[in-house]
Ligand binder design. Sequence first.
Ligand code: OXD
Ligand code: MN
Length: 590
Amino acid sequence: MATAPQQVTTLSQISPAVRDWVAEVAGHTKPDRVHWCDGSDEEFQVLRQELVSDGELLTLNPQTHPGCHLYRSHPSDVARVEHLTFVCTTSQADAGPNNHWLSPPDAHRRMDALFNGCMRGRTLYVVPYCMGPLQSPSSRCGVEITDSAYVVLNMHLMTRMGRPALERIARDGSFVKGLHSTGDLNPERRFIMHFPEELSIKSFGSGYGGNALLGKKCHALRIASWQARQEGWLAEHMLIVGVENPAGETHYLACAFPSACGKTNLAMLIPPLAYKGWKIWTLGDDIAWLHPGKDGRLWAINPESGYFGVVPGTNAKTNRNAYEMIQHDTLYTNVALTADQQPWWEGLESGQPVVDWQGRPYDSKRGPAAHPNARFTVAATQNPGYSPLAESAAGVPISALVFGGRRRELAPLVYQARDWSHGVLVGASVASETTAAAVGEVGVVRRDPMAMKPFCGYNFADYWAHWLSFPTRATKLPHIFHVNWFRRDKAGTFLWPGFGDNLRVLRWIIDRSAGRAAANETAIGFLPKPEDIDVSGLDVSLPTMQELLAVDPALWRQEMKDLGEYLRTFGARLPPKLMEEHKKVLERLG
Ligand code: OXD
Ligand code: MN
């Protein structure tokens, strides 16, 4: 039987532009071998087996966790490194005070010196990938060159990668160039550089997560946010979730929270027992690309096709779907082990750790058994709540945008912005306690506008101006809300149960968006009255609800003063409209 012509086209022949770039990089980095990834399951299995044979991956208990493996990263390489992440634009002002900056020539010089000969003795993998459904006009492609087979396995689970992506690149005629090497993992020689004007990324010295899986934070947020501004859309650090009520009506929400604030849990929420007939559909847990549609609404696609989620805390009660989906065919990073090679982490309800995340005998004196930023990588289709619309070329229409942060005081459980421009101010005011997702102190409140502080690839002032331009691009924009699941009382106890019960708050958000729920008008926006949030079956008293929904004018005046000071650090590029919105809130606070 004759072989179909496309089957005999070798990968390196599909796109001359990619072929030339690979040749140039190989000439500089001097690998022993070049492997073009076709994205097939066979390729995934062969690479995984090679890593097992080399001792880089450990096969977990095949009876309890079939298809699961453990990878241990270098102990100095366990999180994103924001202090070593740069946006390299010709003009420093374009990167803005929110980014570390180097001029492109300086950055290239520094990175090219590091990449010189760095792949000697190694394999250079060419990973063509598509962020978003292969047939969607909203998707964008890239090629990651990496010398880490672990990165290739992650990219296989997280993106649509291989031959079909390369074919699309050949059709599109453009792609984001991402060059990655683990180098010698020396933190002194670790940099993640972005060149938005050239649509390229150079990452050296880390094999971990957002530093190394270049399709994710580097491409789908930093580079894509720049492209989105030029092309009239938004690339955001948002989950996408569908909420179906018992009448069969589904609303899609896109929600932005800083890292490790429960986006994966919210995207996979399990309705409380009292909510029979409600269904949650997950479209994405980390990134949303939002495009104005012809119908005037905002439409969202998830550029990713897998999850790179925080493991500690995941159990059948906090996130049953995530817990179930990571029982098989999952790549674990930096979890602990039980005596019979099962993965273990803090928050798991059974088992005992005997080996910690660094492979040492577990000793509680040395800290947690699993690293607090231990991760699972898993294909999205394994999620029992996976929405088939995640493959839709058009995406899903968004009914509400929700911002949130981790704040023990001040921000009420939920409030609604008065209109789009006020909503942009609400997004810009997001602040949150820092978590283990990035290197640095944990638990300090920092400003994280739109949860994009580590991810916006250009000056925040221009970014807010771009957000403020949306009423001229779309006539039926979603309503904007802010939530805070993390309020505590004076003794430090959480006031709101969170997790599945957050659906009660989403319900009010949806009802408000659909114009069928009442609200109290306050200085900071519209709030539900305590009785507007359904707490039936919950142990949440009326005084607790009152506290959760209180707006303390003195605290809010201070907050607005701090926000004003923060916004003014962006200087003359700050859009006047944002400061007008800020002034209006201050006036309303009296
Ligand atoms: C992530 C992060 O890994 O935001 O998603 O740090
Ligand atoms: Mn994230």
